[in-house]
Structure formats: C-alpha cells, structure tokens
Design a protein around this ligand. Structure first.
Ligand SMILES: [Fe+2]
Length: 261
C-alpha cells in the first residue's frame, strides 16, 4: 500500500518528535502493509515552515536510517502546504514540493473555512502543470455544512484526500458521516493516514480500506488503492467506480439503440 500523507519526519512539526518516534512510525507503517509513504510535514501552517530543500535532505537521511534498521519502507519527500497568500511566489522560488516528485501538491485549508480565491488558486496551479489535492476536506466546517462547495473545487480541477481516522470515527460521528458522504458523492479520490503519532494518530490504512470494501464494495477499494499508485507514478487519477458504471451503461445503451434501428 501507498500512503501519500504522513508526518513521519523527526522533529519538524507536530508529528514524530524525534528519531525514535520516526522509526516507531516507520515500523508501524511497514507492519500495516505500507511500502511507500510520502513525508508531508506542515509548511506555512503558520507555526511550521519546512522548505523543499530541508525536507528532501531529511527524507534522504530517514531512508538511510530505515535501510540500516532493515525496515522495508521507502519515504518520498512532500509537504502539506497551508493555503497562504504567497503560495504561487513560493512555488516559483523553489520552496515547495509536490508529492513524491509527482505533479500533485497537497494543500491544507483552515478547518473553519474555505479560503477566498481557492478555486482560482487551483486553476493557477493547473496552469503551472500542478494538480491540487485538498487534504482532509471532511474536517473543514464549510465543506461539512455544504459539500457542494467542495464539488466546485473538484470541478476546478482539485482532488480530495480523506483521512483514515475520519472514516473510522476517530474524529467523532459528525466528521465520520461527512467523510463517507464525500466519498459517495465522488469528491474523494485518495485515502491516506495523515499519521502523526504511534499512539494518538497511527496509520490504520488497511483497516480503512477493509471498511471501504465492506461499506461501498470492492471496486471502491481498488479505485482508492489504484489512485494512490497512479498519483505516485505521475499518472492521472481515475474516475470513481459509479461514474465508470454510468459510462458503461451509456455505451451499452448506445449499442442496443444501434441494433434496435
Ligand atoms: Fe497532515
């Protein structure tokens, strides 16, 4: 499995506090079945600033340490970038990272609201050849109140990332309900852990995929797992299973109409 959102780097944000916690998280990830993980420390949070060059350097050190410890896990560099005024300038200054060298950037909105000009930002980033992934929209109060606001951002070209803990009820019933609702509306394209800490916020990726299979069917699990792979390998993400079903039905209707006439 691939996890595209985690706070596994040591001592740079509110995730792993030190190397010991980084290694504990890495072991937990490997035993959950994760083989590739993107380190996405907070950037412009506004408390934490983790610039591209620093993240790359620390990620390389973590990979060396994992090899030395015999932990079968590859860490790729990334960032969870808070939406801020200077974001586009920061990109042109080389301060920002995509997820694991893909064309996707992980953006974090404040939990209270959708920033003004969010759709325009997604559009501007697309012009630069970048796709926006919105980190855990289920935890945004405006999205929770009206999922159509997220649909507008998806229409503008963004993808949605839901957090395993949200799906599994770790943030309470309200967020759990919104998380499943957004999945069913086709506004979520990828599932990841946003793991911070071995006890408080672990991975639970396998458990989340199992619940998705049970609640929504195996095609949804395959869809989410494949999208994480597509993302890391730099390919466009797929449409949700029901959209595919509708497409197949449309083709089938066309064919049967041809035979009818
Ligand atoms: Fe995060």
């Amino acid at each position: 499995m691939i996890d595209i959102h985690s706070h596994i780097l040591p001592g740079v944000d509110d995730g792993a506090a030190d190397w010991e916690e980084t290694l504990a998280l890495a072991r937990a990830a490997a035993s959950d079945g994760i083989r590739t993980i993107v380190a996405t420390p907070h950037h412009a949070n506004p408390k934490y600033w983790n610039y591209a060059s620093e993240v790359k350097e620390l990620t390389a050190q973590v990979n060396e340490r994992l090899t030395a410890e015999g932990i079968e896990l590859t860490v790729l560099p990334g960032q969870e970038i808070r939406v801020y005024d200077e974001l586009l300038e920061a990109w042109s200054r080389g301060e920002l990272l995509t997820l694991g060298g893909s064309d996707c950037v992980l953006l974090e909105m404040p939990s209270s609201s959708i920033p003004k000009g969010m759709a325009e930002l997604i559009h501007e980033l697309r012009i630069l050849g970048l796709r926006t992934i919105i980190a855990h929209p289920e935890r945004n109060r405006e999205v929770a109140r009206d999922p159509r606001l997220l649909a507008e951002l998806v229409d503008a070209g963004a993808y949605g990332q839901v957090t395993t803990h949200s799906l599994l009820g770790g943030f309470g019933r309200q967020i759990e309900r919104v998380a499943w609702q957004l999945c069913q509306k086709g506004l979520i394209h990828v599932v990841s852990s946003d793991a911070h800490h071995i006890e408080r916020r672990n991975f639970r990726l396998r458990e989340a995929y199992e619940k998705i299979e049970k609640e929504l069917g195996v095609s949804w699990r395959v869809y989410f797992e494949r999208n994480a792979e597509q993302l890391i390998s730099g390919h466009p993400l797929e449409n949700m299973p029901e959209a595919k079903v509708k497409e197949t039905l449309k083709i089938w209707r066309k064919i049967s109409n041809i035979f009818r006439h």
